[in-house]
Design a protein around this ligand. Structure first.
Ligand code: PLP
Length: 440
């Protein structure tokens, strides 16, 4: 029998690791999106990153637009962030006691975001949201939470609820392991649909503790709020005595130095943060009105705690990142680069006769393969996108050395480390990828 000559894949080492990983960890990953499952590929194992680039274990390099899903606004291995973390670790990594870094980072965030009068640090965005919901319920003495269809706020039980069919519905859990009674207090409405929000308040107003939403949706791909929508939510909350919670885990310090709330001039009662404020280390935070935050333990009765919360390594990475972001030229530059890519992707799509809606807020954006390139205003619109087209697009880009998020429903991130050359290269390769999509 003739022996097959083994094909040496340029992803061979990643594949070997994946085989081992699958045996040891569910799906071989620590977070589902990393599996590349929705784009029909095996995951990459990344060895290192520098600036705008990542290198996989097989030695392939990529222009990176995943950027750790948002935290790395300064790019990989920013020397100042590295130095701050190295310095801190030489003093110790965690004490279970107070440290000056917490006070410093808290001060920087409260200064940047006027709606955040006090803040509590936690270890992830999920934890921030979970704690903010508990606090909103504790403050109002009410049970119901309103969320947007498709809105992702981490893997908080009460918010892992699938959309109803347009109308306001009591949510059903979208994952096994979540009892119905946990999500029975979650109402789901479509984003950008003020009448749906009004209807929910007309029916349940006095029982609603809070609305939680991303001010700019980022976890169904980037979807901007339409004129007056966020204002309308603010008005509804005020009239009903409910709290408005902005989940700015992704948008905070990303779309504006004071968050999307500044961009849209809305003051939420509570704000959830994460990602950028940890400069690439695990972090989360929630903050807001002083009278509400003072209910958090030990100042008040709403319990919430954490062994590694506010740990000095994450605090130092965050402080250094936010300090560098005080140079507002960075936001200017990010906007210019992202706009260049947005325009370029549109032109590539046109040249390839591929229908795409490119939607952007600052340095986060998504090209949606929507029907006829129609704009995406909510989750239902996003679900109409051609996921097979996106997968093809992803695969061609990957093989050409451009790493984009492996899902139609994620945001791409441009960092301050990306160059015009990176962007131009990406646009050219995107045109190639879109031609491949159009050919099918
Ligand atoms: C990433 C994200 C979260 C979850 O944060 P983790 O740190 O992954 O738990 C929550 N909300 C939004 C809007 C996010 O983008």
């Amino acid at each position: 029998m003739k022996k097959k000559t083994p094909v040496v894949s340029r992803y061979a080492k990643s594949q070997t690791l994946f085989t081992k990983a699958r045996d040891l960890m569910p799906g071989g990953v620590s977070s589902p999106v990393r599996s590349f499952k929705s784009v029909g590929r095996d995951p990459l194992f990344i060895q290192s990153g520098e600036g705008s680039m990542v290198l996989d274990v097989d030695g392939n390099s990529y222009i990176d637009y995943v950027m750790s899903y948002g935290p790395l606004i300064l790019g990989h291995c920013h020397p100042a962030v590295q130095a701050a973390v190295a310095k801190q670790i030489s003093h110790g990594s965690s004490f279970g006691c107070c440290s000056a870094s917490e006070v410093e980072l808290a001060g920087m965030i409260c200064q940047a975001m006027p709606a955040v009068e006090m803040i509590r640090f936690v270890n992830s965005g999920t934890e921030a949201v979970m704690s903010a919901l508990r606090l909103a319920r504790g403050f109002t003495g009410r049970k119901l939470i309103v969320k947007m269809a498709g809105g992702y706020h981490g893997h908080v039980d009460a918010l892992l609820v699938q959309a109803g069919s347009g109308a306001t519905t009591h949510g059903h859990p979208s994952s096994p392991g979540i009892p119905e009674n946990v999500t029975a207090n979650t109402l789901v409405i479509p984003f950008n649909d003020l009448p749906a929000a009004q209807a929910a308040f007309a029916k349940f107003g006095p029982q609603i503790a809070a609305i939680i939403t991303e001010p700019v949706m980022g976890n169904i791909g980037v979807v901007l709020p339409q004129g007056g929508y966020l204002e309308g939510l603010r008005t509804l909350c005020d009239a009903a005595g409910a709290l408005l919670i902005f989940d700015e885990v992704m948008t905070g310090f990303r779309v504006h130095p004071s968050g999307a709330q500044a961009l849209h001039c809305i003051k939420p009662d509570l704000t959830c943060l994460g990602k950028i404020i940890g400069g690439g280390l695990p972090v989360g935070a929630y903050g807001g009105r002083r009278d509400i935050m003072n209910l958090v333990s030990p100042a008040g009765p709403v319990y919430q705690a954490g062994t590694l919360s506010g740990n000095p390594l994450a605090m130092q990475a965050g402080i250094t990142t936010l300090r560098l972001l005080q140079d507002l030229d960075i936001y200017q530059r990010l906007d210019v680069l992202a706009k260049q890519l947005e325009d370029g992707l549109r032109q590539s799509a046109k040249a390839a006769q591929c229908a795409v809606s490119v939607q952007r807020c600052g340095s986060m954006f998504t090209p949606f393969f929507s029907p006829d390139g129609a704009p995406v205003h909510n989750y239902a619109d996003a679900l109409l996108c051609d996921q097979a087209a996106f997968s093809k697009f992803f695969q061609v880009l990957l093989d050409e050395g451009v790493l984009i998020p492996p899902s139609q429903f994620e945001a791409w991130f441009v960092s301050a480390a990306h160059s015009e050359n990176d962007i131009e290269k990406t646009i050219a390769l995107a045109e190639k990828a879109m031609r491949a999509v159009a050919e099918k």
